[in-house]
Design a protein around this ligand. Structure first.
Ligand code: ATP
Length: 330
């Protein structure tokens, strides 16, 4: 009888040891999986957080922000660009933000971060994405933006067919006018004036009313009102950069731009950013003209078919204009 009891005891101990070891192994594997999937593997508790005062930001204390940020995973990625990755940070069922992470270490990224802060700190305009605050730590710079639920114009026009929405002409017109108002505000009403330098469809985001909002001020340059240009190294996105002179197809768009942005056509014609490295407000107007062509044609400025044919959107539209001139004006 005594032997049976001892055997039972052994079996019980073995079972308990087996279960405990399984629990410990599962816990360690889970920790490893979590570390692999979490974006912020190192603690980011050391850093300085600045929140610009607004009603909405009352719910976001530094503690809540850091806790939620540490839990971000790849599933929360909204998109990524040349300077960093943007995540959706959900605070509660009704409040969410877009957090842009810029890794520190590269001088370029640090400069981009400072530019965004300088340019965006005080801007409140219905056609510009609001910057709510930022967090600066030794490893990362984080920018906290208003979340744009309808993504970017680029994704709407050229995204995967599954999530592509067809834009009617009224929506396209509304987006064009909204973006023009945002750019006009940067050029004329901000002191110092702001030259965006990277106007393109992926930097035009859409709010819940499909209203256009200009975003991404990582290349923005500040300019005193009495100056006409700022000399910089040429940066921006190929296909949107102003060349030595304005090509004909943009004339149509420029008429619209000129009306809304109060820039004279002759001014736009003398844009020379690509050749001289002089950033001017007119360079933004040229890039905006390319966005208008994108809205009108639904084609990317550097569409694959264009590259195959050794052309680009601007030149392609020009060929149609030449045809139009030939048929109707000759
Ligand atoms: N406030 C926001 N709300 C919702 N989505 C956003 C927001 N900001 C950015 N995004 C998404 O994240 C993507 C990446 O944005 P980001 O500004 O980092 O790069 P980009 O403008 O696409 O490219 P690049 O930085 O190379 O010019 C955007 O295309 C957009 O889809």
């Amino acid at each position: 009888m005594g032997n049976v009891r001892v055997l039972a005891l052994y079996i019980t101990i073995c079972c308990i040891a087996f279960i405990v070891s399984k629990v410990i192994i599962s816990f360690l594997l889970y920790q490893r999986w979590k570390r692999k999937h979490s974006i912020f593997q190192d603690s980011i508790s050391v850093g300085k957080m600045v929140i610009f005062r607004s009603e909405l930001m009352r719910c976001l204390t530094e503690d809540v922000f850091l806790k939620k940020t540490m839990k971000l995973t790849n599933k929360d990625i909204l998109g990524s660009g040349g300077y960093g990755t943007v995540y959706k940070l959900t605070v509660n069922e009704s409040i969410a933000f877009a957090v842009k992470r810029l890794n520190r270490g590269s001088e370029d990224r640090d400069k981009g971060f400072e530019r965004e802060l300088k340019a965006m700190g005080d801007i409140k305009h219905r056609n510009i994405v609001t910057l709510h605050g930022y967090f600066r730590s030794p490893q990362y710079n984080l920018l906290i933006y208003e979340l744009m639920p309808n993504g970017s114009l680029d994704a709407l026009l050229h995204g995967k067919s599954s999530n592509k929405t067809t834009l009617d002409w009224h929506s396209r017109y509304k987006i064009a006018v909204g973006a023009a108002r945002g750019i006009s505000y940067l050029h004329h009403d901000c002191i110092p004036h702001i030259i965006h330098r990277d106007i393109k469809s992926s930097n035009i985001l859409l709010d819940d009313n499909m209203e256009a909002r200009v975003s991404d001020f990582g290349l923005a340059t500040l300019m005193e009102p009495d100056r006409t240009h700022v000399s910089t190294i040429v940066a921006g996105t190929f296909g949107y950069l102003a060349p030595g002179s304005l090509s004909l197809p943009l004339l149509l768009c420029v008429c619209v731009c000129a009306c809304v942005l109060h820039v004279s056509n002759s001014g736009v014609l003398s844009t020379e950013y690509y050749e001289t490295g002089r950033a001017t407000a007119k360079g933004d107007v040229y890039s905006f003209g390319v966005v208008l062509l994108e809205l009108l044609t639904g084609k990317r400025p550097m569409d694959e078919t264009f590259i195959e044919e050794g052309t680009k959107l601007v030149t392609w539209v020009r060929s149609y204009r030449t045809l139009y001139n030939f048929v109707f004006l000759w």
